[in-house]
Write a protein that binds this ligand. Structure first.
Ligand SMILES: [Zn+2]
Length: 297
C-alpha cells in the first residue's frame, strides 16, 4: 500500500494538470473498484471545474465546482498517469513499480487544463483495492472515510504536547499506538519504524511512558514528534525530486528514491554511527517491525 509520502507525491504530480482544469468527460470502464463507483459517476463529473486538489491522510481529495468533492484512495496498486498527444508522464513515484497495462485502466478523466491543453488522467489499478467516492457539497470532513481520522503527521500541530496528550495512560506499545489512524492519520508501517529509529525509541516501549503522570510531555515525546515530522518531510522531499526527474521522461515509472534506515533491513548493521547493533524484525499486531535493540530503548 502506498504510504503517505507517496500519496502526497501523486497529489503534487497531478496538481499542475488538474487544478483549474475542466473535466470535459469522465469514463468509468467498470462499475466498481473496491466499492461500486457512485451512481452516474461520469455524468456527475462531466463539465465540472477542479477547484483544488488536497490530501487527508492517505486519501486524495478533489474539490469540484458546485461543492461536490471526490475522495480517492489508491488501495494496494492504484496509480495515475497523465497522457496527451506528446507522450505521457506518471505522477507519483512508488516504492514498487506500478502497472501500465491498459486492461487495468479503470477510470479516465478527459480534461482541459487551466492552460487550455487537452490531457487524459488515467487511473490504473490491477488489484482494485482503490476506490473513488463522492462527498456531498460542504460535507467532506464528515464523510465516513475521513470523519474519525486523527491529526496529520506533517504539520506543526504534531508536537510533544500533542503526543503526550494522545499517549497518556496508554500501556500499549508505541508501535501500535502510532499506527492507530484515529490518533495520527496516515502514518504507516514503514515510517513508524523509521521515526522510532530516528528518535532512538523502542517500538515495544509503553506509549504512556512518554507522558508524565500530569500529562506533560517527556523529552522523548518532543524528540519523537520531531522525528515523525522529519522522516515524512524527507520522504516527501525525495518523492518530489524523483518526480522532477521522471516526469520529463516517456512515462517509464520511477522508484521512490527514499532509502530506509531500518525498514526491511533485518540482520544488517544499525546505521547509527557508533551503535554497533543489528537490526531485528519482530511481529506486532500482525505486522513486521524493524528496529535496533541496541540504540532504541
Ligand atoms: Zn542501533
Amino acid at each position: 500500500m502506498p504510504e503517505l509520502p507517496e500519496v502526497e507525491t501523486v497529489r503534487r504530480g497531478l496538481q499542475p494538470v488538474l487544478e483549474g482544469a475542466r473535466i470535459v468527460r469522465a469514463e468509468a470502464r467498470r462499475p466498481n473498484l473496491r466499492f461500486p463507483l457512485p451512481d452516474r459517476f461520469a455524468e456527475h463529473l462531466a463539465g465540472r471545474l477542479v477547484a483544488s486538489l488536497g490530501r487527508r491522510a492517505k486519501y486524495l481529495t478533489a474539490h469540484l465546482d458546485g461543492g461536490l468533492a471526490l475522495i480517492c484512495h489508491l488501495g494496494m496498486s492504484g496509480s495515475f498517469r497523465i497522457e496527451d498527444e506528446g507522450g505521457s508522464g506518471v505522477p507519483g513515484i512508488f516504492h514498487r513499480e506500478r502497472s501500465k497495462d491498459a486492461a487495468h485502466d479503470h477510470v479516465v478523466f478527459h480534461v482541459e487544463t487551466a492552460a487550455g491543453e487537452l490531457k487524459r488522467v488515467v487511473y490504473n489499478d490491477p488489484r482494485r483495492f482503490g476506490f473513488m467516492l463522492f462527498a456531498e457539497p460542504g460535507r467532506l470532513a464528515e464523510h465516513p472515510m475521513l470523519a474519525g481520522l486523527g491529526v496529520e503527521p506533517t504539520g506543526n500541530a504534531l508536537d510533544g504536547d500533542l503526543l503526550a496528550d494522545l499517549f497518556r495512560g496508554r500501556a500499549a506499545p508505541l508501535k501500535s499506538v502510532l499506527m492507530d489512524q484515529r490518533l495520527i492519520a496516515g502514518l504507516g508501517n514503514i515510517y513508524v519504524c523509521e521515526a522510532l529509529w530516528r528518535a532512538g525509541l523502542s517500538p515495544r516501549r509503553a506509549a504512556g511512558s512518554l507522558a508524565t503522570a500530569a500529562g506533560k510531555p517527556s523529552v522523548r515525546a518532543g524528540r519523537l514528534a520531531q522525528s515523525i515530522r522529519d522522516v515524512i518531510a524527507a520522504a516527501i522531499e525525495a518523492g518530489g525530486s524523483s518526480l522532477r526527474d521522471h516526469m520529463q521522461t516517456d512515462g517509464s515509472l520511477g522508484y521512490f528514491q527514499h532509502s530506509f534506515r531500518v525498514y526491511d533491513r533485518e540482520g544488517e548493521a544499525c546505521p547509527r554511527p557508533g551503535c554497533g547493533g543489528t537490526i531485528e524484525r519482530i511481529v506486532q499486531n500482525g505486522r513486521s517491525t524493524f528496529y535496533c535493540p541496541a540504540c532504541q530503548r
